[in-house]
Write a protein that binds this ligand. Structure first.
Ligand code: BG6
Ligand code: MG
Length: 218
């Protein structure tokens, strides 16, 4: 029986939430309103389009045309990409390479399951792309988390049954997607926020290779 391991990207492998925040804040400020770190929490795991929807309609209450919406989608991403451009391996979250290397040594198939359309360049920048057997990201799916599409497609591409997959997630929507896909969900972050996850850890430094071995074997 083969197990497959699926990693979310933003907030699990790298802390890019801060860059998403700065880019959304810049846009909000240009449009004349504030955007707080607390509000940014709502954007975790959420597609770019849906984030802009929330920013304009729920937070800023800004009337706009479709053309403006499309322009602001591009503006935000251009600003985000300026931060990404400067990323290197120092931005990998603690012990992520250790877990990826351990899985590789044990011939466990590894996938990325992310909502981001910038996933591949980010993995290249931080030098982790080679660990991944397949990448499913915002370019490959039509339904955003909490829909399980991204993880089901990742399992399919790995050739592993969905209930033999383990998912690492930092977003509530991502944990819900993994649970709906009948995968083993592991919450990375605040366990009070990610209370629906099967297992919870604050970060990868808390995850032992013994625990990973148990996941692989059971
Ligand atoms: C998710 C992030 O991984 O990707 C969200 O948690 C982000 O905050 C989403 O909005 C889409 O990212 P991108 O890079 O396609 O704008
Ligand atoms: Mg995430």
């Amino acid at each position: 029986m083969t197990k497959g391991f699926i990693f979310d990207l933003d907030g699990v492998i790298v802390d890019t939430a801060k860059y998403h925040y700065l880019a959304w804040k810049k846009l909000a400020n240009e449009l004349g309103f504030e955007f707080t770190k607390e509000q940014n929490e709502l954007f975790k795991g959420v597609s770019r389009k849906r984030c802009l929807d929330i920013l304009l309609n729920d937070i800023g209450k800004i009337e706009h045309t479709q053309k403006q919406f499309d322009t602001w989608m591009i503006t935000k991403n251009e600003d985000y990409l300026e931060y990404i451009e400067k990323m290197d391996e120092s931005e990998i979250l603690p012990d992520v390479p250790k877990v990826l290397a351990f899985l590789k040594e044990n011939d466990v198939p590894i996938a990325l399951g992310s909502a981001s359309k910038n996933a591949q360049p980010i993995l290249e920048k931080v030098g982790l792309l080679h660990y991944f057997d397949t990448i499913v990201d915002g370019n490959n799916v039509t339904k955003a988390k909490p829909d399980p599409e991204v993880f089901l497609l990742a399992a399919k591409q790995l050739g592993v049954k969905s209930n033999d997959c383990v998912v690492f997630e930092d977003a509530v929507a991502g944990v819900e997607a993994a649970n709906t896909a009948q995968m083993i969900s592991i919450g990375i972050g605040d366990e009070n926020v990610l209370s629906e996850a099967k297992y919870n850890f604050t970060d990868f430094t808390q995850i032992s290779t013994d625990f990973i071995t148990t996941l692989i074997e059971n």
